[in-house]
Ligand binder design. Structure first.
Ligand SMILES: *[C@@H]1O[C@H](CO)[C@@H](O)[C@H](O)[C@H]1NC(C)=O
Ligand SMILES: *[C@@H]1O[C@H](CO)[C@@H](O)[C@H](O)[C@H]1NC(C)=O
Length: 345
């Protein structure tokens, strides 16, 4: 009796120790506080990536991020995770498996008449990626479905969506941006251009720009805010299965995705990115425009970033497809748009 009790006590003790150790391991890597003032670009990371024959991508000093501190870099990664109860009730799109999808797809080539698809923008120092990914995809979809070039206004969404979308330049929710298009519509870029048109690659950008004020007035005289609004008809998630994501892009055009950015991503130059080293810096939203397979046989997604054209492959990057790399397949959002012509009647 007693020895049995002793044995079970001993086993409990071993179990407790094991759990304790596991927790220690899991909590072992907090970001040291001191790091936030140091530079995001690190020679040690570049050397490590470029010396790794299995990396699949090349690293370099990105001129765009050359002088960014870790803290400044974190600030431009402006995606807030959606409350899971809201995500659960949202319609999720899936597609029949019988769809014959091409091995390679690039929305720029599929819809060459739509010039916005191939336009790389610059979010500046503002954490507005959540707004860029949404507005860019919606602009592309207007052209794909109604045959008109239209650049919609990131500034309208960023400054006028308010708390519904999150915190403006301090980050927001991708899905709520699409809901804003349905409820409030969005004006054209000509009516309300982006506040930070210099892109902040110049001295004097500090302190960080605050979120621009919502003015509900076109900056050019011949346009009227309310008449300039373009509307979405729905907002939805796309199932995380890569085939469903591919089918959605193939059928309806670019989508907005987000993913976890690690330190190594800031050093991306070319190739198919996968996370290899560094701490997590935050969530970033971008526009997914296609897919393919590299010469080395690596399946990838083709993505437009909003860090101007000096970054990455002329502003684009590729990331491993099919393994939910950095969560890239987890939160795919999009929506459809209202026909401009029926709207006018
Ligand atoms: C970064 O700082 C260096 C030294 O102050 C300067 O020469 C360079 O132009 C800066 N780069 C950018 C992109 O601002
Ligand atoms: C969009 O603009 C581009 C370049 O300005 C032009 O070549 C193209 O034909 C336009 N597409 C449509 C659908 O009007």
């Amino acid at each position: 009796m007693t020895s049995r009790r002793l044995i079970s006590l001993f086993l409990l003790f071993v179990l407790a120790m094991a759990l304790h150790r596991q927790q220690q391991v899991m909590a072992a890597k907090p970001m040291p506080q001191l790091r936030s003032e140091s530079k995001i670009i690190q020679d040690s990371i570049i050397e490590k990536i470029n010396a790794n024959p299995e990396a699949g991508w090349k690293a370099s000093i990105n001129p765009r991020l050359e002088n960014y501190t870790v803290e400044q870099f974190k600030h431009i990664l402006g995606v807030k995770p959606m409350p899971s109860n809201e995500v659960m009730v949202l319609p999720t799109k899936t597609y029949p498996k019988s769809l014959n999808l091409p091995k390679e797809f690039d929305a720029r080539k599929a819809w060459p008449q739509c010039s916005t698809i191939g336009k790389i923008l610059d979010q500046g120092h503002c954490g507005s990626c959540w707004a860029f990914g949404a507005v860019e995809s919606l602009s592309d979809r207007f052209c794909i479905h109604f045959g008109i070039n239209i650049s919609l206004s990131v500034n309208d969404l960023l400054s006028c969506c308010g708390f519904l979308c999150g915190y403006g330049c301090d980050g927001g929710y991708t899905l709520r941006a699409w809901k804003y298009f349905v409820r409030h519509g969005v004006v054209t870029d000509k009516c309300d251009p982006y506040f930070d048109d210099i892109g902040c690659a110049h001295p004097g950008c500090e302190p960080l720009y605050p979120t621009p004020k919502c003015q509900r007035k076109c900056k050019v005289d011949d346009l009227i805010w309310r008449e300039n609004k373009r509307f979405g008809v729905d907002a939805y998630r796309v199932n995380s299965n890569p085939e469903d994501i591919m089918a959605e892009i193939y059928t309806n055009g670019p989508v907005e995705v987000d993913f976890t950015v690690y330190e190594d991503f800031a050093h991306y130059q070319s190739g198919v990115y996968k996370h290899l080293t560094g701490y997590s810096m935050g969530g970033h939203a971008v526009k997914l425009i296609g897919w393919g397979t590299s010469e080395e046989g690596e399946d990838y997604w083709l993505i437009a970033n909003s860090w101007n054209t000096e970054w990455g492959e002329d502003g684009y990057f590729k990331i491993t497809r099919g393994r939910n790399e950095c969560g890239i397949e987890a939160n795919v959002v999009a929506g459809m748009q209202k026909n401009l012509f029926t709207q006018m009647i």
